[in-house]
Design a protein around this ligand. Structure first.
Ligand code: FMN
Length: 161
């Protein structure tokens, strides 16, 4: 199974979470047959969703509940081109800060909403890390990641049968 992690970040925290996810999957003994690749969103457009396998959107939130600058082109391209993503299965690990009560974790929410609108199906719940909680985002990612990977595997297997 192939997993592509798509990283939207301003100051690198979401990228750190992606690295921890890769490490935890490698070290879990559970990685048999999985191939993980992490891509910064910077140069991507909606064509990235033509790749095989499942996707994990790992993104923070900025401005007035916006996606980070490096995620903007991908997000806008999805909204403009509106490709049919009914083959796509994805998860969302969102980063935010509850201090921004009105727009908490909107970066992940925006991707979740547009992907759903375009026919993609989410694997598991959308995660919302809260920077004001004291929980380290990379630890939360690694803990959550093993359950998500198991669900992703089930999804991949059931789509083969
Ligand atoms: C200027 C600024 C604006 C932010 N706006 C929001 C916001 O609207 N909603 C939210 O949930 N978090 C917001 N955050 C919090 C970040 O999303 C959070 O700190 C995140 O962990 C940063 O991850 P990154 O280093 O990958 O960009 C903001 C942070 C900064 C510095």
């Amino acid at each position: 199974m192939r997993v592509t992690i798509l990283v939207g970040t301003m100051t690198g925290t979401a990228q750190l979470c992606a690295q921890e996810l890769e490490l935890s999957w490698d070290g879990s003994g559970d990685s048999g047959g999985i191939q993980v690749e992490t891509l910064l969103m910077d140069t991507l457009d909606s064509a990235v969703f033509a790749r095989e396998g499942v996707f994990l959107v790992c993104t923070s939130t900025y401005g007035q509940g916006d996606v980070p600058d490096n995620a903007r082109a991908l997000y806008e391209d999805l909204k403009a081109k509106r490709p049919d993503l009914s083959r796509v299965r994805y998860g969302v690990f969102g980063l935010g800060d509850r201090t921004y009560a009105e727009t908490f974790n909107f970066g992940g929410k925006r991707f979740d909403d547009i992907l759903t609108e375009l026919g993609a199906q989410r694997i598991g719940e959308r995660v919302q890390h809260d920077a004001s909680s004291g929980v380290l985002p990379e630890e939360m990612a690694a803990e959550w990641g093993s359950g998500w990977l198991a669900q992703a595997r089930e999804t991949a297997e059931s789509s083969l049968t």
